[in-house]
Design a protein around this ligand. Structure first.
Ligand SMILES: Cc1cc2nc3c(=O)[nH]c(=O)nc-3n(C[C@H](O)[C@H](O)[C@H](O)COP(=O)(O)OP(=O)(O)OC[C@H]3O[C@@H](n4cnc5c(N)ncnc54)[C@H](O)[C@@H]3O)c2cc1C
Length: 434
């Protein structure tokens, strides 16, 4: 079958890889000059099945209210005259009940465990290298209240097969000696030995190269303007090609993997995707003193930041990423939010990095209110979704791509997950809120 994948981010590239593996003739279209150039460019670098607690959880409404108007808040809603933002927020609130939270954690962990195994298999099959580290992920807590609140979700994750072990401050420092500096302030930690980290952008580019070598055609620098239907199915894609000319491109099946921009192209088709851009920040800092810098990938729960370390010919760097701002599609840097991250790095690991050389970046996470991505069928028989991966797009990329390729091929995916398969009048379980 001829399949067009719309979008060459982590989700588009992984879809293309697994579709090609199943024998399809695949074309990937993206407006950027290289794969992974938008949200998949400089993320936190974690493959973190253990990061499965959704933003929408029972403690979120109060926290969000407390953070309203606070410029450096980890999760900041800036309310706009935007119906889509309001509907998204309503749906977010509906996902904060204990029952919805448990349901969403189950989806996120199931997909995460499947996806991490698929990534490890991919590494064995292809030898792909992306500055990966397999030393696990350590979540640390500097607030006793937050640590206590994390115990029940961690227990649920363990029951679902994610070995997120609760440990004390001493063990946390044994696993990551660079935390010694804040040992007196550590309330506790959890450690997931199977989780990993690496450079997600390098991964996307290397995987795209493997796809090209296997025959996948990449049309880069081409701007998709519309999807057109005929006879109740997608008939063609309209785009402005690399020469600036209008063009129609046809295939047998189409995969929508345009990240935060997916709902904009889906809406004219009568498909309301509950995705809203959640702007996140990352900071990349050259290491000054390697002995003071962390080796293990970390999650700082209080500040909602993740930390990864990259050591390669490009130099020894720290990547710190996180925070979320719901404020439309703007990607401008807010100096207060940038400086809050740098201050936290200096507090935790003083002297570790050349913070004066910090490089800042923002990206728009394609966030669903539940944190559960949209993967599967739509009411149009030849249009498929692989989008809405929010905070965990890399963690979920291989599993989502593999499952999606099965669905497109008429096979049943190997993972227990609430795939979309909605009819126009009857949306799937986590699309109802749209
Ligand atoms: C600060 C931050 C930290 C993060 N940290 C992590 C982490 O540690 N671990 C993790 O698992 N995830 C993390 N994420 C999430 C992860 O990066 C995203 O979920 C993932 O990159 C989304 O990939 P995507 O392919 O869906 O979207 P994108 O990477 O945005 O890809 C969509 C593609 O569609 C193209 N496109 C859009 N519209 C058009 C159009 N009209 N025509 C042509 N092309 C178009 C774009 O050019 C883009 O290449 C983080 C995100 C952020 C912002």
């Amino acid at each position: 079958m001829r399949v067009i994948v719309l979008g060459a981010g982590l989700l588009g590239v992984s879809s293309a890889y697994y579709l090609q593996q199943l024998g399809h003739e695949v074309t990937v279209i993206d407006r950027q000059a290289a794969p992974g150039a938008e949200t998949s460019f400089a993320n936190g670098g974690q493959v973190s099945v253990s990061h499965a607690e959704p933003w929408a959880n029972p403690s979120a409404p109060l926290k969000v209210l407390q953070w309203l108007g606070q410029e450096d808040a980890p999760l900041l809603f800036r309310m706009r005259a935007d119906l889509h933002q309001w509907l998204w927020c309503l749906s977010f609130l509906r996902n904060c009940t204990p029952a919805r939270t448990r349901h969403n954690i189950r989806q996120i962990v199931n997909l995460g465990t499947f996806s991490r195994a698929a990534l490890q298999q991919l590494r064995r099959d292809t030898g792909i290298q992306y500055e990966q580290r397999t030393q696990g992920i350590l979540h640390f807590y500097t607030s006793a209240k937050e640590f206590d609140a994390a115990l029940a979700p961690a227990e649920q994750m363990r029951q679902l097969g994610c070995e997120r072990r609760v440990i004390d401050a001493d063990e946390a420092v044994r696993i990551e000696p660079a935390l010694a500096h804040i040992r007196p302030r550590l309330a506790g930690a959890t450690y997931t030995a199977e989780d990993e980290s690496g450079d997600a952008n390098l991964f996307a580019r290397e995987l795209a190269t493997l796809c090209m070598q296997a025959g996948v055609h990449f049309r880069l620098g081409e701007h998709i303007t519309a999807l057109r239907t005929a006879g109740g199915a997608i008939d063609h894609v309209e785009l402005t090609n690399a020469e600036g000319r209008f063009e129609r491109v046809r295939a047998d099946a189409y995969v929508l993997a345009l990240g935060s921009f997916s709902p904009l192209l889906a809406r004219p088709l009568g498909l309301k995707l509950p995705i809203y851009p959640a702007k996140g920040y990352s900071v990349t800092i050259p290491v000054k003193d390697a002995r003071l810098a962390h080796e293990v990938s970390l999650t700082d729960d209080e500040f909602k930041l993740v930390f990864s370390r990259y050591t390669s010919a490009q130099g020894d760097r720290l990547r710190i990423a996180g925070t979320a701002e719901l404020n439309g599609y703007g990607r401008e840097l807010n100096a207060t939010r940038c400086q809050a991250i740098v201050r936290r790095v200096e507090q935790l690991f003083p002297g570790a990095g050349h913070t004066e050389q910090a490089q800042f970046w923002t990206g728009l996470r394609p966030a669903t209110p539940s944190n559960v991505p949209l993967i599967g069928r739509t009411h149009l028989p030849n249009l498929f979704l692989n989008t809405g991966h929010g905070t965990l797009g890399w963690t979920h990329s291989c599993g989502s791509g593999k499952a999606l390729a099965d669905i497109v091929s008429g096979r049943v995916p190997e993972v227990d997950f609430a795939f979309t398969g909605m009819a126009a009048a009857q949306p799937g379980p986590h699309l109802q809120a749209a």
